[in-house]
Design a protein around this ligand. Structure first.
Ligand SMILES: C[S@@+](CC[C@H](N)C(=O)[O-])C[C@H]1O[C@@H](n2cnc3c(N)ncnc32)[C@H](O)[C@@H]1O
Length: 487
């Protein structure tokens, strides 16, 4: 089995195709939560607008469609007996609705994840109170209630208007093992770091130090150094939006410190960590930092692109493989045929552009993605705006782009088909963008085909500096033990 690999695709298919039985030491999964709000927030666009294009990618997982019905049927008829019985009973109680669709989608994947775990392996399922009660029932059936180890409550604070209820500020992380013999490295924290830790050792130490003998003071010191054994409620890890250095602009990104803690507790160096819903790759980055091998899976090209950049920025020179992306023109055509949004995100990724999504307002109408850069002494951010066309197009497409680009620096049109001669003429007539810092001219409209991009051609634009990168750049990570990056 290959490790240090990012797979693009539905994790159910990837698990079945590539991951053998009893091969993984630790699974961490953070699936989209079963709450519309959190789900949409996954792909919130600039200005907080929800992206219908991206929701499309998961429609089958979130509504009682034929896929949900088929998955239900598969679990009930071919799944482990106890799991089938539970899902059948829940279906009787809940019916075929969105919650049930989410549950069957999760159940079939959790059965696979149990299969791939080594007998000494552990699974951490990160969820929230909207679905945790259902998921625990499912996990108990798949892993056996006796292999339930913890329900970790990760608490945080932050502003939120909730006029008629308490502000919800915690996530739930279920920890299960496959058997009784599992890897667990006890974790400790400094005695002062827990909010509710009233400093028992400190107080004890202060009281005792007045009257204590040297020997007793030595004992107290040892106790202090050893730290406090971690409990199942964690309040010392800030959410990502309060750890500025880590923020990559991916709404559901989890903090590195959280993943480091889980990985240190339930694996050893050289072990294999799998994240089947890996988003912008926090578990993968934590695993790499802690000298574990890793496998990441995500079903959007958006996430795969982000992760690729994050890994390269965090660990310069890192070697890893991406499996499942189109490698040639026919693969690109197949992707465009299958799903034009995925095609768009993938194509935008070829030039490092950030997708904007579907519901664009004002100036962003007609733009699929952007690349930001700064080439102005005052630090003003400029944009390369990008359109991706998978179908047959003519000179009008270039004219439309020209209109959009009037107030921007550079416009790029990515096409599957080669541009026609009139398109090329129209592009050339747009003239140049002059960069004040580099004192250089760049073609205002650039036409790039997928084939050219696959051969390595890229946008002719001013170099991107640290402050101008399109996706926030991940900080370089040393393999030294580290605390949570500064706030
Ligand atoms: C909540 S996010 C994970 C965030 C991640 N823990 C991080 O720190 O960035 C869930 C991810 O699961 C992915 N996803 C949803 N359904 C999937 C599926 N069936 N197969 C693979 N990935 C999926 C989404 O694209 C999304 O990136």
């Amino acid at each position: 089995m290959d490790t240090n690999v990012l797979y693009f695709g539905d994790n159910l298919e990837i698990l079945r195709k590539y991951i053998p039985d009893n091969s993984i030491d630790l699974v961490y999964l953070d699936p989209p939560f079963n709450s519309k709000k959190d789900y949409n927030i996954l792909f919130k666009e600039n200005g907080g607008v929800e992206s219908e294009a991206q929701i499309k990618a998961f429609t089958d997982s979130w509504h009682w469609t034929q896929t949900a019905q088929d998955t239900y049927h598969e679990i009930v008829t071919k799944g482990p007996l106890k799991v089938g019985k539970l899902i059948g009973a829940l279906y009787d109680a809940i019916g075929g609705n969105d919650v049930m669709a989410y549950l069957v989608m999760m159940t079939i994947r959790l059965v696979e994840l149990h299969r791939v775990l080594k007998p000494t392996g552990s699974l951490y399922l990160h969820c929230d109170p909207t679905a945790s009660h259902y998921l625990k029932l499912v996990l108990d059936q798949i892993f056996g209630g006796k292999n339930f180890r913890n329900e970790i409550i990760w608490c945080y604070t932050g502003p939120r208007k909730t006029p008629k209820k308490f502000s919800r500020k915690h996530d739930v992380i279920f920890f299960y093992t496959k058997t009784d013999h599992y890897i667990f490295n006890q974790q400790t924290i400094p005695h002062k770091s827990g909010l509710h830790d009233t400093g028992q050792v400190e107080t004890f130490g202060r009281l005792r130090k007045d009257k204590a003998s040297q020997e007793q003071i030595g004992e107290i010191r040892k106790l202090e150094e050893r730290g406090k054994i971690l409990e199942d409620w964690w309040i010392d890890i800030y959410p990502t939006d309060r750890v500025r250095k880590e923020m990559l602009g991916y709404e559901t990104q989890k903090p590195l410190a959280l993943l480091e803690r889980i990985i240190k507790a339930s694996s050893n160096e050289g072990d294999i960590v799998l994240d089947p819903f890996c988003g912008c790759g926090t578990a993968v980055v934590a695993a790499q930092k802690l000298n574990r091998k890793w496998i990441g899976i995500d079903v959007t090209h958006l996430a795969i692109n982000l992760m690729r950049n994050r890994l390269r920025d965090s660990f310069p020179g890192i070697q890893f493989e991406v499996i499942g992306e189109p490698k040639d023109l026919s693969g690109a055509k197949a992707l465009a045929h299958q799903d034009r949004y995925q095609f768009q995100w993938w194509a935008l990724g070829l030039i490092g552009a950030r997708p904007l999504g579907e519901k664009k307002k004002g100036a962003d109408k007609g733009i699929d993605g952007v690349i930001h850069f700064v080439d102005d002494p005052a630090g003003k951010v400029s944009r390369v705006v990008v359109q991706v066309k998978s179908g047959h197009i003519g000179v009008n497409a270039v004219r439309e782009l020209k209109a959009v680009v009037a107030k921007e620096a550079i416009g790029v049109l990515i096409t599957l088909e080669p541009p026609t001669s009139p398109m090329k003429v129209e592009a050339v007539e747009a003239g140049y963008y002059h960069s004040p810092i580099w004192d250089k001219d760049y073609p205002k409209i650039q036409l790039l085909t997928i084939e050219e991009l696959l051969q390595g051609k890229t946008v002719d634009m001013p170099p991107q500096t640290q402050t101008s990168v399109t996706f926030a750049k991940a900080p370089k990570i040393s393999k030294k033990e580290g605390e949570q990056l500064s706030l």
